[in-house]
Design a protein around this ligand. Structure first.
Ligand code: UDP
Ligand code: XDX
Length: 326
């Protein structure tokens, strides 16, 4: 790490965060908090996560830390919406907000649309595929945003077990494969100052609305990479903070799925670099889709599996609102 990053790491990394909900409720000072869960076919896990968060929305006796819990449905075909609603969340379909825009696939799309679906001054993003979720993720992510003026984006970090039951893998470590094999090396190349971020791709983070509405949203799995780089580019390292959330277990996908994820993350990082190798279409919105080839074995042969990876970003929500006069 550079000396600047070492200084940032020492000053903006909470290894043992201890904010209490009561302390943070006092620190809200009129600001509001939305928790957003992006969800695509997460019927097995979304209900428990929502149920764990709901007590933070307060009771008759105490003022809430969280003002709303919203599941942004990404086109689920299972019982995700019904399960989330039964657990207490408000459920919004991706086609129910920003209806002037034809919905596109991917996580980045629903996070972008979530900004129009919720009203919080601060927004906490929590994945819907987490297992053994600890609701303390939410106050801990909010801590730096409510108690300090500087950060615009707070990333969680954690130990990441790897669970691939179909392959008989159940490890205490080993998760975050795209992080370790792609995101961390690419960030070291395009933004060395960000090498102090422990979990750049982590799906649990919190941010100020004014920042979120001022930046484009990368599509699909590029969204975390885009937000992280844009937060640094616009606010410097002091615009970032990171908090230890303990352990994070989630559904671990197979290698080929992670390959497509890596392709989107690479396109996002290269779109924010001047690297001439980025190739046509990876700067801005020159191309909406990029071809991507993987290979699968059929019998003794290896067959190309061609697909298109969405790389076109969504514009800053603020520019959309200004354009529509809303
Ligand atoms: O098109 C998509 C893909 C993913 N997700 C959600 O985004 C989160 C992270 O996605 P995933 O678990 O696939 O990524 P991973 O954690 O495996 O990297 C989960 O809550 C998904 O339900 C989504 O809303 N729309
Ligand atoms: O961190 C990673 O390497 C990937 C894959 O994690 P695993 O190897 O399945 O634990 O998971 C993250 O990446 C996605 C892209 O940024 C995020 O959207 C996910 O929330 C996050 O789990």
């Amino acid at each position: 790490m550079t000396p600047e990053t070492q200084r940032w790491f020492a000053a903006r990394t909470w290894q043992e965060p201890r904010w209490s909900v009561e302390e943070l409720v006092r620190a809200k000072r009129g600001r509001t908090v939305s928790v957003v869960l992006p969800a695509l076919d997460e019927e097995d896990t979304v209900g428990e996560i929502v149920a764990a968060i709901m007590p933070l929305t307060g009771s008759a006796r105490d003022r809430p830390l969280v003002d709303e819990v919203v599941v942004l449905d990404s086109g689920s075909v299972d019982r995700t919406c019904a399960v989330a609603r039964a657990a207490g969340a408000r459920v919004v379909g991706r086609d129910e907000v920003l209806t002037d825009f034809e919905p596109r696939p991917g996580k980045g799309e629903v996070l972008w649309r979530s900004l129009a679906a919720v009203s919080g001054d601060l927004v906490v993003f929590i994945d819907s595929d987490l297992v053994d979720f600890d609701a303390r993720f939410v106050p801990t992510l909010l801590g730096p945003l409510l108690t300090s003026a500087d950060p615009v984006l707070v990333k969680g970090f954690y130990r990441r077990p790897l669970r691939l039951p179909q392959e008989g893998i159940q490890e205490a470590e080993g998760g975050g494969r795209v992080t370790e094999l792609l995101a961390r090396p690419v960030l070291a190349s395009v933004r060395p100052a960000l090498t102090g971020v422990v979990q750049p791709l982590g799906g649990e983070y919190a941010a100020r609305r004014e920042f979120l509405e001022a930046v484009p949203f990368a599509p699909g799995y590029g969204v975390e990479t885009g937000l992280l780089i844009d937060a640094y580019d616009r606010h410097g390292l002091d615009g970032l903070a990171q908090v230890n959330l303990g352990v994070r277990k989630h559904r671990n996908r197979g290698l080929l799925q992670l390959g497509v994820m890596a392709r989107q993350i690479l396109a996002t990082a290269l779109s924010r670099s001047d690297d001439p190798r980025s190739g046509a279409g990876e700067h801005g919105d020159a191309a909406a889709m990029l071809p991507y080839t993987q290979f699968v074995q059929v019998g003794q042969e290896w067959i190309p599996h061609e697909q298109e990876v969405l790389v076109q970003q969504r514009p800053p929500l603020r520019s959309v609102r200004e354009g529509s006069g809303r």
